[in-house]
Design a protein around this ligand. Structure first.
Ligand SMILES: [Zn+2]
Length: 398
């Protein structure tokens, strides 16, 4: 109330001069008004000040689902693929059809990822990449496989000449995770990456040991009996793949770290949606996507339950690459596979009002993620990485 009275008096003085008896010389009064106007006008002109005042983000969470196609994210189960894996039998008899089919794309995707669509994107964020609605998200790397994709996400640029394989080679460029750790002067525990794929140990940082990374079948060093049991179990419950563990372990290790160390920057890198696709197991791809959705719900509920995170955390959820479009090539991806260049990108920022799926929007690119994460925290990634993509402006403003 006091503020209101002072505010009204200031405005009245600005318009009319003081109503109470004050013996100002006319020129003194003019000066007084001038200073008040300057005082009111200058703050919005100061770079960073006005933006910082509106920016509530103090933590960022990046989540990736390896190789999940736009077709499943925006349209749920794909009948073309179901037919191709159903060995000539009528698709209607398939348990997958009975579980996930519905007449519209909206209903099908809500069956597959109910939390993502019915809560996260409806009430808290927006998602780009549905080409049937006029929104496209593209890779800028030409390789269309994992290391180049994750590197583009984390360093803000494609390096097709330097990054040409999924080999365990230290990333030659610093990641946005390292950038944020330096800029925010964070401890190693406050910037953490948990990944199902072991190669993330080499992708996520240029300087080995700069940040916390737990990837592949690596045990996570944590005192709780639950984590110690999970460390044993992840060895006993192998996967068909040598370098990728089950997402169940990755997710629970990440949550244990979140609860214990309260990181300001967390990267959760889930892998099974890609590996089951390579194996032609469409049933497991859908099951993994649905399971990831359940993880998103748990992650979100935790973030809302904690003072440090509630209303102060921005998220980007995306994928490293797309994959083939047809019943013949959906299992693969790569530079020659049409469709693998198309990805999707979801954003949750407490300072942004955009909701649901983007329609008739500008095309955005994978190389914009690093700068967008930085901008959520009020930092300019582009200033020190001029070759990197710019922040996605649409999700930064009110
Ligand atoms: Zn793959």
């Amino acid at each position: 109330m006091m503020d209101q009275i002072v505010g009204w008096n200031v405005l009245r003085i600005l318009w009319k001069g003081p109503s109470f008896p004050v013996r100002f010389h006319k020129t003194q009064l003019t000066c007084c008004r001038l200073f008040l106007w300057i005082g009111l006008l200058i703050p919005p002109l100061l770079p960073g000040k006005a933006i910082g005042a509106e920016n509530h983000t103090e933590n960022v969470v990046l989540v990736t689902m390896d190789g999940l196609r736009i077709q499943e994210l925006f349209g749920g189960i794909d009948l073309k693929i179901l037919s191709s894996v159903n060995q000539g039998k009528p698709v209607e008899e398939s348990p997958l059809y009975q579980k996930y089919w519905a007449p519209t794309a909206e209903e099908r995707r809500e069956k597959l990822m109910p939390f993502f669509w019915k809560t996260l994107m409806r009430d808290h964020g927006s998602v780009a990449g549905n080409r049937t609605q006029g929104s496209t998200v593209l890779l800028t790397n030409g390789h269309r496989f994992s290391y180049p994709g994750y590197s583009e996400i984390l360093t803000g640029q494609a390096h097709d000449d330097l990054i040409r394989s999924n080999d365990k080679i230290q990333n030659p460029n610093a990641s946005v995770l390292e950038f944020l750790k330096d800029k925010l002067e964070l401890s190693k525990n406050q910037v953490a990456a948990f990944a199902s794929w072991e190669v993330m140990n080499w992708i996520a940082e240029k300087s080995p040991g700069a940040i916390t990374i737990n990837a592949g079948f690596e045990p996570y060093d944590h005192p709780s009996p639950e984590v110690q049991l999970l460390n044993k179990l992840q060895r006993e419950t192998g996967t068909p793949w040598d370098s990728v563990r089950h997402d169940a372990y990755t997710f629970r290790f990440a949550m244990a770290h979140l609860r214990t160390y309260k990181p300001r920057v967390l990267y959760l890198s889930l892998g099974e949606t890609d590996d089951w696709a390579h194996d032609g197991r469409y049933d497991r791809v859908l099951q993994s996507a649905e399971q990831c959705d359940a993880y998103f719900r748990q992650l979100w509920d935790y973030l809302q339950s904690e003072e440090q995170y509630r209303g102060k955390t921005s998220l980007v959820i995306t994928t490293d690459h797309g994959r083939g479009l047809t019943g013949e090539d959906w299992t693969g991806h790569g530079s020659k596979i049409e469709g693998a260049q198309y990805i999707w990108m979801a954003f949750v920022n407490p300072d942004n009002n955009l909701r649901g799926e983007w329609a008739n929007a500008e095309t955005i690119y994978q190389n914009q993620i690093a700068a967008t994460l930085s901008s959520f925290l009020g930092l300019d990634f582009h200033a020190t990485h001029p070759e990197a993509g710019r922040p996605v402006a649409r999700v930064l403003r009110k």
